[in-house]
Design a protein around this ligand. Structure first.
Ligand code: 5AD
Ligand code: SF4
Length: 462
């Protein structure tokens, strides 16, 4: 079947008659970019119902909590937050509380048991149903609706109206779910098998965003390199590299980012597409997780440290001036001092521009949660701090190497602390503070004048 003849299904926009006009909503996001993007769509649906964003949670008629379950502290934060909502609901019993996202998908009954004041529990495959579920709660009382799998990738992906946080940047989902089996990770259990959106649907969405004034898109998937393996477009499986090139052809899009690739699956074709497509930014987030071959095998990651380094070297050779970030977990079950030293060796050799570092957190239901665990909190903390110190020094060094260069930045808006200073981002996604007031979304050439450990400073170059 040709991709071109598939017409979009009717959107919620065409079918909903607003019923909550003027009421206020508050959406609290607790998780990753996918989770934030889901929140934008939840807010988009509430907008459709005539509602308006609340200035503060105290005045909200509907509160939606979009949960995360990737690490244990996410769960703990959720129950603390739900406790604070109970106090509000005691004062304003008409307030509706809906809990969605990954924790809701996985812990639906626990949420019900521990927080009886929640009106709606909805899973990650039911985001598009949030208005119907709120209607149901108004009429009949509390409801839980969690599907084990999605029935329509378009309804779970981006085809819903979104209330975007900014006018000029947008996320675009390309796959949902994950077919890998990293032993520490809850995502495959919660988000299910991987499903790709058809390239035509992705391109249409990007074109619509561009028509709306968006110039920067970030393509989202748990493993973007397996994009298209489940599709058949005229007898072919579309490749991520081809999708990048097609997004690169959309008029008006100046910056394309994507997250996350997988070190075992990323190939030269993607790197060449990055290098050859002007609008694809020189930025790669390539999760390492560990630098020990033994731990990587126990994590079921599908690569060795050597193979990881070879992929990284290839990416840097093909894409000039590449900025590389990573994810690293310390304290995986059975991690010895030698394993941790191996991670430190890779960190020093790879010289990442930045790293998101995590303390291992056992997730019930994952294979790693069944493994024997002997690492003490002290050892965990010592390794975590040592890794953070090493990476901070490398990040600072990278930042210092940028001083004196002129880089293109996009203005995000006034910085939080100083309204006379703009927060901007380079193509490599580095934060640059630029003195002055500029239109959010505008692009400027900036000379970098100073490096701080986690940001740069610059002046507009004439
Ligand atoms: N414990 C700690 N970190 C984890 N991550 C995923 N699962 C866990 C876990 N159980 C980290 C990985 C992943 C990032 C999004 O979160 O590094 O790449
Ligand atoms: Fe989790 Fe691994 Fe899938 Fe990433 S690739 S979502 S870490 S299972």
């Amino acid at each position: 079947m040709s991709d071109a003849v598939i017409l979009g299904m009717p959107t919620v926009r065409e079918t909903r008659v607003p019923t909550r006009a003027g009421k206020q909503y508050f959406v609290r996001t607790m998780g990753c970019q996918m989770n934030e993007h889901d929140s934008e769509r939840i807010a988009g649906l509430l907008d459709l119902d005539g509602m308006v964003p609340a200035e503060s949670i105290e005045t909200a008629d509907v509160v939606v909590v979009n949960t995360c379950t990737i690490r244990e502290n996410a769960d703990q934060r959720l129950y603390g937050y739900l406790g604070s909502l109970k106090a509000l609901k005691d004062v304003r019993p008409d307030m509706r509380i809906a809990v969605g996202g990954c924790s809701a998908q996985k812990e639906r009954d626990i949420i019900r048991d521990r927080a009886a004041w929640v009106d709606v529990v909805f899973g990650t495959h039911n985001t598009h149903r949030v208005l119907d579920l709120l209607d149901h709660a108004d009429e009949w009382g509390p409801i839980t609706e969690v599907l084990e799998e999605t029935t329509s990738v378009e309804m779970t992906a981006s085809a819903l109206p979104a209330h975007r946080a900014t006018d000029h940047s947008a996320w675009v989902t390309i796959t949902i779910g994950c077919n890998n089996s990293c032993t520490f990770c809850i995502v495959p259990i919660v988000r299910g098998a991987e499903i790709s959106r058809r390239p035509g649907d992705v391109i249409r969405e990007v074109a619509n965003l561009a028509a709306d004034g968006v110039t920067e898109v970030t393509l989202l998937g748990q493993n973007v390199n397996s994009y298209g393996r489940d599709l058949d477009i005229d007898g072919r499986k579309p490749l991520f590299a081809d999708l990048l090139r097609r997004v690169g052809e959309v008029d008006g899009i100046r910056r394309i980012r994507y997250t996350s690739p997988h070190p075992k699956d990323i190939r030269e074709d993607v790197m060449i597409a990055m290098a050859e497509t002007q609008s694809v930014c020189e930025q790669l987030h390539l999760p390492l997780q560990s630098g020990s071959a033994r731990i990587l095998a126990a994590m079921h990651r599908g690569y060795t440290p050597e193979r990881y380094m070879a992929k990284l070297a290839m990416a840097r050779a093909i894409v000039a001036d590449l900025t590389v970030s990573t994810d690293i977990i310390v304290g995986f079950p059975g991690e010895t001092d030698d394993d941790f030293d191996a991670t430190m060796d890779v960190v020093r050799a790879a010289r990442f521009d930045s790293a998101f570092t995590f303390q291992y957190s056992p997730r019930p239901g994952t294979p790693a949660a069944e493994m024997e665990y002997t690492i003490t909190p002290d050892v965990m903390k010592r390794r975590f701090d040592q890794l953070a110190r090493e990476q901070d020094a490398i990040t600072f060094q990278h930042n210092r190497e940028r001083v004196g260069r002129t880089l293109e930045v996009m203005v995000e808006g006034p910085s939080k602390r100083e309204p006379e200073v703009a927060s901007t981002r380079t193509r490599g996604n580095r934060l640059v503070h630029v003195a002055g007031v500029f239109e959010p979304g505008s692009y400027l050439p900036v000379e970098i004048t100073r490096a701080a450990p986690h940001y740069l400073e610059g002046v507009v170059s004439s």
